[in-house]
Design a protein around this ligand. Structure first.
Ligand code: GLP
Length: 261
């Protein structure tokens, strides 16, 4: 796991967007795994800007989102489809037919989960998976206690997650308590993973993910088993890490090796 600590939330977005752009420039038909939540919003703004400045094109790119709520239609403003259309897809040159999210309104949700896995496999697997981090350590909607080998499936949102996400819903709106999510096993199959986290409310989860034991009670700790994960965090989210100096030395070494190759 490569841990990159930067000054601010804005720097996290720039660094993350650059990694995504590098991936797409190297492989225009790359398959990107994408995330929702507050964390990737600034990264998506960067991607929109770089696309509009013709620095990168997403015409051949395919995307698979991590998750979708169950029981709200894709046109609902709370759906992750609406989030992605509004924050990214409608603003860039991607072909909308190449953007995939699980269908949380499917009659047969188990069949939908299997179909989603097949679509990812048929696309050749995910080249780069972007992740946020729940303050309880979840990735996608894989809540604490999720199997570290889990696949795309229906998941029950934890009280922590329901409380954290209630900020997006008014009291009279129905907040879904179920979702379809890629599993941890699905996520670990991505060739590269980039996880971003900012703010003091993420510091505990970051500590558990990077320096804690591998545990189903800290789903993000599963990334310790992935051999190409970059964690990009701001100083506040990194505040509980004990080995920041070492991570910085590792990063210097990586840059030096890249310059010499
Ligand atoms: C949500 C999403 C996750 C996201 C996480 C953190 O519930 N399912 O994919 O990473 O919670 O969200 P935020 O970035 O808003 O803190």
């Amino acid at each position: 796991m490569q841990v990159v600590v930067v000054e601010s939330e804005a720097d996290v977005a720039i660094c993350c967007a650059n990694l995504i752009v590098d991936e797409v420039l190297a492989k225009p038909n790359a398959v990107l795994g994408l995330a929702t939540g507050s964390s990737p919003v600034s990264t998506y703004k960067q991607l929109v800007q770089l696309n509009q400045q013709a620095e990168v094109s997403f015409k051949e790119t395919k995307t698979f989102n991590l998750d979708e709520y169950i029981g709200i239609s894709s046109s609902d403003r709370h759906s992750y489809r609406s989030f992605m259309d509004g924050n990214l897809f409608n603003e860039i040159d991607i072909n909308p037919n190449n953007t995939f999210l699980p269908d949380g309104m499917a009659d047969d949700l188990q069949a939908e989960a299997i179909k989603y896995e097949s679509l990812i496999a048929a696309a050749g697997g995910v080249d780069l998976q972007l992740l946020g981090l729940g303050s309880n350590g979840h990735i996608g909607f894989n809540e604490p206690s999720s199997s570290l080998n889990s696949r795309t499936r229906v998941t029950t949102l934890s009280d922590d997650t329901l409380t954290a996400n209630s900020r997006f819903f008014t009291p009279d709106e129905n907040q879904p308590s179920l979702a379809l999510t890629m599993g941890i096993g699905t996520i670990l199959e991505a060739k590269k993973v980039v996880l971003i986290a900012t703010g003091s409310h993420k510091a505990e989860a970051v500590k558990g993910m990077v320096e804690g034991p591998l545990s189903a009670f800290n789903p993000a700790s599963a990334l310790q088993q992935h051999n190409a994960t970059v964690v990009i965090i701001d100083k506040v989210a990194a505040s509980l890490l004990q080995h920041c100096d070492y991570y910085q030395r590792v990063n210097h070494q990586i840059v030096k090796l890249a310059a010499n190759s």
